[in-house]
Design a protein around this ligand. Structure first.
Ligand code: NAD
Ligand code: WQD
Length: 336
Protein backbone atom coordinates (compact mmCIF):
# COMPACT_ATOMS: atom_id res chain seq x y z
CA UNK A 1 0.00 0.00 0.00
CA UNK A 2 1.69 3.22 -1.16
CA UNK A 3 1.01 6.42 0.80
CA UNK A 4 -0.11 9.10 -1.64
CA UNK A 5 -0.31 12.78 -0.71
CA UNK A 6 -3.51 14.25 -2.16
CA UNK A 7 -3.65 18.04 -2.00
CA UNK A 8 -7.18 19.40 -2.30
CA UNK A 9 -8.37 15.89 -1.50
CA UNK A 10 -11.69 17.00 0.01
CA UNK A 11 -12.70 18.86 -3.15
CA UNK A 12 -14.88 17.58 -5.97
CA UNK A 13 -12.36 15.60 -8.02
CA UNK A 14 -10.00 14.96 -5.09
CA UNK A 15 -12.66 13.21 -2.98
CA UNK A 16 -13.60 10.84 -5.82
CA UNK A 17 -9.92 10.17 -6.46
CA UNK A 18 -9.38 9.31 -2.77
CA UNK A 19 -12.03 6.60 -3.21
CA UNK A 20 -10.35 5.31 -6.39
CA UNK A 21 -6.96 5.29 -4.61
CA UNK A 22 -8.30 3.23 -1.71
CA UNK A 23 -9.96 0.83 -4.14
CA UNK A 24 -6.70 0.32 -6.00
CA UNK A 25 -4.77 -0.43 -2.81
CA UNK A 26 -3.19 2.98 -2.14
CA UNK A 27 -3.49 5.05 1.02
CA UNK A 28 -4.41 8.71 0.44
CA UNK A 29 -3.12 11.33 2.89
CA UNK A 30 -5.06 14.55 2.39
CA UNK A 31 -4.02 18.18 2.71
CA UNK A 32 -6.80 20.74 2.30
CA UNK A 33 -7.37 24.27 3.58
CA UNK A 34 -11.18 23.85 3.25
CA UNK A 35 -11.38 27.05 1.19
CA UNK A 36 -13.74 25.31 -1.24
CA UNK A 37 -14.73 22.12 0.56
CA UNK A 38 -16.33 20.83 3.74
CA UNK A 39 -14.60 18.86 6.51
CA UNK A 40 -17.42 16.27 6.59
CA UNK A 41 -16.38 15.03 3.12
CA UNK A 42 -13.67 13.13 5.01
CA UNK A 43 -16.38 11.11 6.82
CA UNK A 44 -18.15 10.46 3.53
CA UNK A 45 -15.00 9.07 1.88
CA UNK A 46 -14.47 6.92 4.96
CA UNK A 47 -18.06 5.64 4.80
CA UNK A 48 -17.68 4.65 1.13
CA UNK A 49 -14.33 2.95 1.55
CA UNK A 50 -14.76 1.63 5.08
CA UNK A 51 -11.27 2.97 5.83
CA UNK A 52 -9.94 5.85 7.83
CA UNK A 53 -8.26 8.72 6.07
CA UNK A 54 -5.66 11.11 7.36
CA UNK A 55 -6.51 14.81 6.89
CA UNK A 56 -4.24 17.78 7.56
CA UNK A 57 -6.05 21.11 7.39
CA UNK A 58 -3.27 23.20 5.93
CA UNK A 59 -2.80 25.95 3.35
CA UNK A 60 -0.16 25.20 0.71
CA UNK A 61 0.71 28.89 0.75
CA UNK A 62 1.94 28.46 4.36
CA UNK A 63 5.38 27.12 3.51
CA UNK A 64 6.55 26.55 7.10
CA UNK A 65 3.49 24.53 8.06
CA UNK A 66 3.75 22.51 4.84
CA UNK A 67 7.45 21.87 5.38
CA UNK A 68 6.86 20.70 8.96
CA UNK A 69 4.12 18.38 7.77
CA UNK A 70 6.30 16.84 5.06
CA UNK A 71 9.20 16.39 7.49
CA UNK A 72 6.88 14.32 9.65
CA UNK A 73 5.29 12.39 6.74
CA UNK A 74 8.54 11.07 5.32
CA UNK A 75 7.21 7.89 3.71
CA UNK A 76 5.02 9.45 1.02
CA UNK A 77 5.47 7.61 -2.29
CA UNK A 78 3.64 10.00 -4.64
CA UNK A 79 1.71 13.25 -4.88
CA UNK A 80 -1.55 14.13 -6.62
CA UNK A 81 -1.90 17.89 -6.66
CA UNK A 82 -5.51 19.06 -6.99
CA UNK A 83 -5.44 22.07 -4.64
CA UNK A 84 -6.17 25.20 -6.64
CA UNK A 85 -8.79 27.88 -7.06
CA UNK A 86 -10.83 27.17 -10.20
CA UNK A 87 -13.52 29.79 -10.80
CA UNK A 88 -12.76 31.39 -14.18
CA UNK A 89 -14.86 34.53 -13.58
CA UNK A 90 -13.45 35.12 -10.10
CA UNK A 91 -9.93 34.77 -11.49
CA UNK A 92 -10.61 37.70 -13.84
CA UNK A 93 -11.73 39.79 -10.84
CA UNK A 94 -8.94 38.65 -8.49
CA UNK A 95 -5.98 37.65 -10.68
CA UNK A 96 -3.31 37.95 -7.97
CA UNK A 97 -5.27 35.69 -5.63
CA UNK A 98 -5.21 33.03 -8.37
CA UNK A 99 -1.52 33.42 -9.17
CA UNK A 100 -0.67 33.37 -5.48
CA UNK A 101 -2.79 30.39 -4.55
CA UNK A 102 -2.21 28.24 -7.63
CA UNK A 103 1.39 29.12 -8.48
CA UNK A 104 2.78 29.84 -5.00
CA UNK A 105 0.99 26.72 -3.72
CA UNK A 106 2.59 24.59 -6.45
CA UNK A 107 6.08 26.01 -5.92
CA UNK A 108 5.83 25.59 -2.15
CA UNK A 109 4.78 21.99 -2.60
CA UNK A 110 7.65 21.22 -4.99
CA UNK A 111 10.14 23.01 -2.74
CA UNK A 112 9.00 21.32 0.47
CA UNK A 113 8.87 17.86 -1.10
CA UNK A 114 11.65 15.74 0.35
CA UNK A 115 12.21 13.02 -2.25
CA UNK A 116 12.06 12.63 -6.03
CA UNK A 117 8.65 10.97 -6.04
CA UNK A 118 5.95 10.73 -8.76
CA UNK A 119 3.79 13.84 -9.11
CA UNK A 120 0.40 14.11 -10.84
CA UNK A 121 -0.81 17.61 -11.75
CA UNK A 122 -4.43 18.68 -12.35
CA UNK A 123 -4.31 20.54 -15.63
CA UNK A 124 -7.21 21.50 -17.84
CA UNK A 125 -8.42 21.56 -21.43
CA UNK A 126 -8.49 25.32 -20.92
CA UNK A 127 -4.77 25.36 -21.86
CA UNK A 128 -5.81 24.74 -25.50
CA UNK A 129 -7.84 27.98 -25.65
CA UNK A 130 -10.09 28.36 -28.70
CA UNK A 131 -8.79 25.90 -31.27
CA UNK A 132 -10.33 25.49 -34.74
CA UNK A 133 -8.79 22.05 -35.02
CA UNK A 134 -10.61 19.27 -33.20
CA UNK A 135 -10.26 16.90 -31.45
CA UNK A 136 -7.65 18.55 -29.24
CA UNK A 137 -4.32 16.75 -29.16
CA UNK A 138 -1.67 16.94 -26.48
CA UNK A 139 0.95 18.32 -28.88
CA UNK A 140 -1.12 21.36 -29.91
CA UNK A 141 0.60 24.58 -28.75
CA UNK A 142 -0.95 26.57 -25.90
CA UNK A 143 -3.25 29.34 -27.11
CA UNK A 144 -3.24 32.73 -25.40
CA UNK A 145 -4.92 32.17 -22.01
CA UNK A 146 -8.39 33.71 -21.76
CA UNK A 147 -8.34 34.03 -17.97
CA UNK A 148 -5.83 34.21 -15.10
CA UNK A 149 -7.14 30.79 -14.05
CA UNK A 150 -6.22 29.28 -17.43
CA UNK A 151 -2.90 31.09 -17.27
CA UNK A 152 -2.11 29.40 -13.90
CA UNK A 153 -2.67 25.99 -15.54
CA UNK A 154 -0.35 26.84 -18.45
CA UNK A 155 2.27 28.21 -16.03
CA UNK A 156 1.87 25.19 -13.76
CA UNK A 157 2.61 22.86 -16.66
CA UNK A 158 5.62 24.98 -17.71
CA UNK A 159 7.04 24.98 -14.17
CA UNK A 160 6.66 21.22 -13.97
CA UNK A 161 8.03 20.56 -17.46
CA UNK A 162 11.27 22.35 -16.58
CA UNK A 163 11.62 21.08 -13.01
CA UNK A 164 10.57 17.42 -13.43
CA UNK A 165 13.47 15.08 -12.80
CA UNK A 166 15.77 17.92 -11.67
CA UNK A 167 17.29 18.25 -8.19
CA UNK A 168 14.84 16.59 -5.81
CA UNK A 169 11.88 16.53 -8.25
CA UNK A 170 10.56 13.23 -9.52
CA UNK A 171 8.70 12.46 -12.76
CA UNK A 172 5.48 14.34 -13.50
CA UNK A 173 2.28 13.58 -15.38
CA UNK A 174 -0.07 16.47 -16.14
CA UNK A 175 -3.64 15.36 -16.77
CA UNK A 176 -5.69 17.77 -18.87
CA UNK A 177 -9.25 17.26 -17.70
CA UNK A 178 -12.15 18.06 -19.98
CA UNK A 179 -15.53 18.68 -18.27
CA UNK A 180 -15.94 16.47 -15.19
CA UNK A 181 -19.55 15.86 -14.15
CA UNK A 182 -21.55 13.48 -11.96
CA UNK A 183 -20.96 11.93 -8.58
CA UNK A 184 -20.06 8.70 -6.82
CA UNK A 185 -22.86 6.11 -7.30
CA UNK A 186 -23.45 6.06 -3.52
CA UNK A 187 -24.40 9.78 -3.65
CA UNK A 188 -22.21 10.24 -0.56
CA UNK A 189 -19.80 12.57 -2.38
CA UNK A 190 -20.31 14.90 -5.33
CA UNK A 191 -19.91 18.49 -6.46
CA UNK A 192 -20.60 21.12 -3.77
CA UNK A 193 -20.71 24.49 -5.52
CA UNK A 194 -20.84 27.52 -3.23
CA UNK A 195 -23.39 30.20 -4.07
CA UNK A 196 -24.78 30.41 -7.59
CA UNK A 197 -23.19 27.65 -9.70
CA UNK A 198 -21.09 28.89 -12.60
CA UNK A 199 -20.88 25.51 -14.33
CA UNK A 200 -23.56 23.92 -16.42
CA UNK A 201 -24.34 20.69 -14.56
CA UNK A 202 -24.85 22.04 -11.03
CA UNK A 203 -26.96 24.88 -12.45
CA UNK A 204 -28.97 22.38 -14.49
CA UNK A 205 -29.58 19.96 -11.60
CA UNK A 206 -30.52 22.82 -9.25
CA UNK A 207 -33.02 24.04 -11.87
CA UNK A 208 -34.44 20.54 -12.30
CA UNK A 209 -34.81 20.35 -8.50
CA UNK A 210 -36.70 23.67 -8.44
CA UNK A 211 -33.93 25.49 -6.52
CA UNK A 212 -33.45 27.82 -9.53
CA UNK A 213 -36.22 28.95 -11.83
CA UNK A 214 -34.62 28.67 -15.26
CA UNK A 215 -31.35 27.62 -16.86
CA UNK A 216 -29.81 30.09 -19.31
CA UNK A 217 -28.27 28.52 -22.39
CA UNK A 218 -25.38 30.84 -23.18
CA UNK A 219 -25.67 31.47 -26.92
CA UNK A 220 -27.33 29.58 -29.76
CA UNK A 221 -25.56 31.06 -32.77
CA UNK A 222 -22.21 29.31 -32.45
CA UNK A 223 -21.07 27.51 -35.62
CA UNK A 224 -22.20 24.09 -34.33
CA UNK A 225 -25.04 21.83 -35.51
CA UNK A 226 -27.57 23.38 -33.08
CA UNK A 227 -25.81 26.68 -32.39
CA UNK A 228 -24.84 25.86 -28.77
CA UNK A 229 -21.33 25.15 -27.47
CA UNK A 230 -19.86 21.67 -27.54
CA UNK A 231 -17.92 20.12 -24.64
CA UNK A 232 -16.53 16.73 -23.66
CA UNK A 233 -18.35 15.76 -20.43
CA UNK A 234 -16.64 13.00 -18.46
CA UNK A 235 -17.92 11.06 -15.44
CA UNK A 236 -15.91 12.14 -12.39
CA UNK A 237 -15.32 8.49 -11.44
CA UNK A 238 -13.68 7.85 -14.82
CA UNK A 239 -11.55 10.92 -14.21
CA UNK A 240 -10.67 9.64 -10.73
CA UNK A 241 -9.60 6.29 -12.21
CA UNK A 242 -7.29 8.07 -14.67
CA UNK A 243 -5.24 9.34 -11.70
CA UNK A 244 -4.62 5.78 -10.54
CA UNK A 245 -3.43 4.77 -14.03
CA UNK A 246 -1.12 7.80 -14.23
CA UNK A 247 0.23 7.27 -10.73
CA UNK A 248 0.88 3.57 -11.27
CA UNK A 249 2.73 4.33 -14.51
CA UNK A 250 5.16 6.53 -12.57
CA UNK A 251 5.38 4.28 -9.50
CA UNK A 252 6.24 1.34 -11.77
CA UNK A 253 8.81 3.44 -13.65
CA UNK A 254 7.10 2.86 -17.00
CA UNK A 255 7.28 6.50 -18.07
CA UNK A 256 9.55 7.30 -21.01
CA UNK A 257 9.97 10.95 -20.04
CA UNK A 258 10.19 12.97 -16.85
CA UNK A 259 7.23 15.07 -17.98
CA UNK A 260 4.22 13.60 -19.76
CA UNK A 261 0.81 15.06 -20.60
CA UNK A 262 -2.46 13.24 -21.24
CA UNK A 263 -5.94 14.41 -22.21
CA UNK A 264 -8.58 12.97 -19.92
CA UNK A 265 -11.92 13.12 -21.69
CA UNK A 266 -14.30 10.80 -23.50
CA UNK A 267 -13.41 12.00 -26.99
CA UNK A 268 -17.09 12.74 -27.66
CA UNK A 269 -18.54 16.23 -27.94
CA UNK A 270 -22.03 17.11 -26.71
CA UNK A 271 -23.82 20.46 -27.18
CA UNK A 272 -25.57 22.32 -24.35
CA UNK A 273 -29.03 21.61 -25.83
CA UNK A 274 -28.19 17.94 -26.39
CA UNK A 275 -27.07 17.68 -22.79
CA UNK A 276 -30.29 19.22 -21.48
CA UNK A 277 -32.37 16.84 -23.62
CA UNK A 278 -30.32 13.84 -22.58
CA UNK A 279 -30.78 14.78 -18.93
CA UNK A 280 -34.55 15.13 -19.39
CA UNK A 281 -34.78 11.79 -21.19
CA UNK A 282 -32.60 9.95 -18.67
CA UNK A 283 -34.23 11.30 -15.51
CA UNK A 284 -37.74 12.06 -16.76
CA UNK A 285 -37.44 15.51 -15.17
CA UNK A 286 -37.96 18.69 -17.19
CA UNK A 287 -35.33 21.44 -17.16
CA UNK A 288 -36.88 24.87 -17.80
CA UNK A 289 -34.40 26.72 -20.01
CA UNK A 290 -34.12 29.77 -22.24
CA UNK A 291 -31.61 31.05 -24.75
CA UNK A 292 -29.45 33.81 -23.29
CA UNK A 293 -26.56 35.88 -24.72
CA UNK A 294 -23.21 34.11 -25.09
CA UNK A 295 -20.90 34.14 -22.06
CA UNK A 296 -17.62 36.03 -22.47
CA UNK A 297 -14.61 33.76 -22.89
CA UNK A 298 -16.50 30.59 -23.91
CA UNK A 299 -14.91 28.58 -26.69
CA UNK A 300 -17.19 27.16 -29.40
CA UNK A 301 -16.18 23.53 -29.06
CA UNK A 302 -13.68 21.46 -27.08
CA UNK A 303 -13.32 17.70 -27.04
CA UNK A 304 -10.37 15.44 -26.51
CA UNK A 305 -8.27 13.22 -28.67
CA UNK A 306 -7.94 10.35 -26.20
CA UNK A 307 -5.62 8.09 -28.16
CA UNK A 308 -2.54 8.85 -26.07
CA UNK A 309 -4.28 8.09 -22.77
CA UNK A 310 -5.69 4.87 -24.26
CA UNK A 311 -2.50 3.57 -25.86
CA UNK A 312 0.10 4.73 -23.34
CA UNK A 313 -1.73 4.98 -20.00
CA UNK A 314 -4.07 2.12 -20.87
CA UNK A 315 -6.98 4.19 -19.54
CA UNK A 316 -10.22 5.16 -21.22
CA UNK A 317 -13.57 6.46 -20.01
CA UNK A 318 -15.96 3.54 -19.36
CA UNK A 319 -19.09 5.22 -18.06
CA UNK A 320 -21.81 6.68 -20.32
CA UNK A 321 -23.04 10.25 -20.36
CA UNK A 322 -26.45 8.97 -19.19
CA UNK A 323 -24.82 7.31 -16.16
CA UNK A 324 -22.98 10.55 -15.35
CA UNK A 325 -26.16 12.64 -15.63
CA UNK A 326 -28.14 10.21 -13.51
CA UNK A 327 -25.48 10.24 -10.80
CA UNK A 328 -25.47 14.07 -10.86
CA UNK A 329 -29.25 14.03 -10.43
CA UNK A 330 -29.21 11.46 -7.61
CA UNK A 331 -26.59 13.59 -5.86
CA UNK A 332 -28.64 16.76 -6.26
CA UNK A 333 -31.84 15.11 -4.98
CA UNK A 334 -30.37 14.20 -1.61
CA UNK A 335 -28.75 17.62 -0.99
CA UNK A 336 -30.63 19.81 1.51
P1 NAD B 1 -12.47 21.94 -5.82
O1 NAD B 1 -12.47 23.41 -5.53
O2 NAD B 1 -13.68 21.16 -5.54
O3 NAD B 1 -11.25 21.25 -5.05
C1 NAD B 1 -10.04 21.93 -4.79
C2 NAD B 1 -9.69 21.70 -3.33
O4 NAD B 1 -8.44 22.34 -3.05
C3 NAD B 1 -10.71 22.30 -2.37
O5 NAD B 1 -11.06 21.32 -1.41
C4 NAD B 1 -9.99 23.48 -1.74
O6 NAD B 1 -10.42 23.71 -0.40
C5 NAD B 1 -8.54 23.04 -1.82
N1 NAD B 1 -7.55 24.14 -1.91
C6 NAD B 1 -7.55 25.19 -2.75
N2 NAD B 1 -6.47 25.96 -2.52
C7 NAD B 1 -5.77 25.36 -1.52
C8 NAD B 1 -4.56 25.69 -0.84
N3 NAD B 1 -3.87 26.80 -1.10
N4 NAD B 1 -4.12 24.85 0.13
C9 NAD B 1 -4.82 23.73 0.44
N5 NAD B 1 -5.98 23.39 -0.16
C10 NAD B 1 -6.44 24.21 -1.12
O7 NAD B 1 -12.02 21.77 -7.35
P2 NAD B 1 -12.07 20.48 -8.29
O8 NAD B 1 -13.15 20.67 -9.26
O9 NAD B 1 -12.00 19.27 -7.45
O10 NAD B 1 -10.70 20.68 -9.07
C11 NAD B 1 -9.51 20.04 -8.65
C12 NAD B 1 -8.39 20.46 -9.58
O11 NAD B 1 -8.74 20.14 -10.92
C13 NAD B 1 -8.08 21.94 -9.58
O12 NAD B 1 -6.69 22.11 -9.72
C14 NAD B 1 -8.79 22.45 -10.81
O13 NAD B 1 -8.20 23.60 -11.32
C15 NAD B 1 -8.63 21.27 -11.75
N6 NAD B 1 -9.63 21.19 -12.80
C16 NAD B 1 -10.96 21.15 -12.47
C17 NAD B 1 -11.92 21.06 -13.47
C18 NAD B 1 -13.38 21.08 -13.16
O14 NAD B 1 -14.18 21.33 -14.06
N7 NAD B 1 -13.80 20.80 -11.94
C19 NAD B 1 -11.52 20.97 -14.81
C20 NAD B 1 -10.14 21.00 -15.11
C21 NAD B 1 -9.21 21.10 -14.09
C1 WQD C 1 -20.17 24.27 -20.18
C2 WQD C 1 -21.05 24.79 -21.31
C3 WQD C 1 -21.35 27.16 -21.26
C4 WQD C 1 -23.60 27.39 -17.54
C5 WQD C 1 -15.08 25.27 -17.26
C6 WQD C 1 -13.78 26.03 -17.19
C7 WQD C 1 -12.67 25.15 -17.70
C8 WQD C 1 -12.66 23.81 -16.96
C9 WQD C 1 -13.99 23.15 -17.02
C10 WQD C 1 -11.28 23.94 -15.05
C11 WQD C 1 -20.51 26.08 -21.92
C12 WQD C 1 -22.66 26.47 -21.04
C13 WQD C 1 -22.88 26.95 -18.64
C14 WQD C 1 -24.91 27.87 -17.74
C15 WQD C 1 -24.71 27.42 -20.08
N1 WQD C 1 -12.39 23.99 -15.58
N2 WQD C 1 -23.41 26.97 -19.89
N3 WQD C 1 -25.41 27.85 -19.00
O1 WQD C 1 -16.86 26.68 -19.42
O2 WQD C 1 -16.64 24.41 -20.56
O3 WQD C 1 -15.33 24.90 -18.59
O4 WQD C 1 -14.98 24.07 -16.51
O5 WQD C 1 -10.21 23.85 -15.57
O6 WQD C 1 -11.49 25.85 -17.49
O7 WQD C 1 -13.89 27.18 -18.00
O8 WQD C 1 -17.73 24.56 -18.32
O9 WQD C 1 -19.79 23.95 -17.14
O10 WQD C 1 -19.08 26.39 -17.18
O11 WQD C 1 -19.91 25.32 -19.27
O12 WQD C 1 -25.21 27.45 -21.21
O13 WQD C 1 -25.59 28.30 -16.79
O14 WQD C 1 -22.31 25.13 -20.74
O15 WQD C 1 -21.54 28.30 -22.10
O16 WQD C 1 -20.78 26.04 -23.28
P1 WQD C 1 -16.66 25.22 -19.33
P2 WQD C 1 -19.15 25.06 -17.87
Amino acid sequence: MAKILVTGGLGYIGSHTCVALFESGHEPVVIDNLSNSEAHVKNQIEAITNSSISLEVLDLCDFDALNRFLEKENDIAGVIHFAALKAVGESVEKPLLYYQNNIQGLINLLTAQKNAIPFIFSSSCTVYGDSDILPLKEDFPFQKAVSPYGSTKQMGEEILKFSAGKNHQGPVIALRYFNPIGAHPSSKIGELPRGIPQNLIPYLTQTAAGKRTILSVFGDTYPTHDGTCIRDYIHVMDLADAHVFALNRLLEGKNKNNFEVYNIGTGKGCSVLELIHKFEKTTGVAVPHKIAPPRAGDVTAAFADTELAETVLGWRAKRSLEEALLSAWNWEKQLP
